[in-house]
Design a protein around this ligand. Structure first.
Ligand SMILES: [Zn+2]
Length: 174
């Protein structure tokens, strides 16, 4: 699946709840897992692959891989300030404030309810991916200065010119 990046309107739309727990949802889960590992990333939400549904997949190396439909966050505790990045904002990372511990209630691919409580990285993933389903990105949680520095970094990366053709020819001649 193609990962949508900043500027794609699907990233800003609130996603719709999952109502059909069928073969198509299972195949979406599989495709999202594959896309996440290929990226590579530790989490991927529906809107990031152009699917405006309340689903995400993640693998933090301990509790994953896991698919969550219709997640709802509960019992937030503590505070965490760590570098955060996003597959839809390729390049920059920035310290982002999150709860250090949180519970996520949702359904599995068959519609069976479950909950998972995470601390540290897992807590951050659960918050980051649930934000995506509300059309929210981590840069929205930064203060103005930090947000500006992420945008500047993005512009710098996008404007990085390819080596001029002449140099390529010379290199080939070596
Ligand atoms: Zn993201």
């Amino acid at each position: 699946m193609r990962i949508r990046t900043l500027g794609d309107p699907v990233l800003r739309q609130p996603a719709k709840p999952v109502t059909q727990f069928d073969r198509r949802l299972r195949s979406l889960r599989d495709d999202m897992m594959t896309t996440m590992y290929e990226a590579p990333g530790v989490g991927l939400a529906g809107p990031q692959v152009g699917i405006s549904l309340r689903v995400f997949v993640f693998d933090d190396g301990e509790s994953g891989p896991l698919f969550v439909a219709n997640p709802v966050l509960a019992n937030p505790e503590g505070e965490l300030l760590e570098e955060e990045g996003c597959l839809s904002i390729p390049g920059p990372y920035h310290e982002t404030k999150r709860f250090s511990r949180i519970t996520c209630r949702g359904s599995d691919v068959d519609g069976a309810p479950f909950e998972i409580t995470g601390e540290g990285l897992l807590a951050r993933i659960l918050q980051h991916e649930t934000d995506h389903l509300d059309g929210m990105l981590y840069i929205d949680r930064l203060d103005d200065d930090a947000r500006r520095s992420v945008m500047a970094e993005l512009r710098r990366l996008e404007l990085e010119p390819d080596p001029p053709p002449v140099r390529r020819v010379l290199r080939r001649a070596e």
